[in-house]
Write a protein that binds this ligand. Structure first.
Ligand SMILES: [Fe+2]
Ligand SMILES: [Fe+2]
Length: 185
């Protein structure tokens, strides 16, 4: 159980670091500099892919078990599930704009900035709610059987090819982020 809570938290920390990088690139965009649009696009794609395949299926099971143990959680949990959909939608729009800009289409900087700001706001708010309220509550409410169900919830989590691809994508992103940090004045 403690190990699942630790993993849940570690994934949120990882997501926050990626959002920090995205935020820094958006600041460059705002200041008329030359952000790494490809890395921005890869960050959002990675967050969508990892979320869909690994993170959200586990949260779906954990949330359902929490509501079963405390029905008063139905409303806040429904809100979090809506936020998953809103974040996915905002992410798709941002990736589409970034892809168009990289393909030399005419995309206003202000459009990318507004789309990224929306995505960052939704995502940061969502992570803060889960970290402050939901993860600690799950640690209190869920039983070892519930955590077993969380562990079993994730068919692609046991797919070593999918897991390796996601880890490789994350490692590549970390390297790009580090390179960007050392080359940007
Ligand atoms: Fe979530
Ligand atoms: Fe989460």
């Amino acid at each position: 159980m403690a190990e699942w809570v630790a993993q849940w938290h570690a994934e949120h920390v990882r997501f926050s670091q990626l959002l920090d990088f995205l935020d820094a690139q958006v600041a460059e965009l705002h200041e008329g500099e030359d952000p790494d649009l490809g890395a921005m696009c890869d960050v959002v794609s990675y967050l969508s892919e990892f979320g869909d395949r690994f993170h959200h299926p586990r949260e779906d099971v954990a949330f359902a078990r929490m509501v079963a143990r405390d029905p008063a959680l139905r409303l806040p949990v429904n809100r979090l599930l809506q936020e998953h959909r809103a974040i996915a939608f905002a992410g798709e729009q941002l990736v589409a704009l970034l892809s168009e800009a990289m393909a030399e289409g005419v995309v206003l900087r202000s459009s990318i900035e507004a789309s990224a700001a929306l995505y960052l706001t939704y995502y940061r708010h969502h992570l803060a709610t889960e970290e402050r309220q939901i993860v600690p509550m799950a640690a209190r409410l869920l039983t070892p059987q519930d955590w077993d169900a969380v562990a079993r919830s994730n068919p692609s989590g046991s797919d070593p090819v999918a897991a390796a691809a996601c880890n490789d994508a994350y490692r590549a992103l970390r390297e790009r982020m580090a390179t960007r940090a050392t080359t940007t004045p």
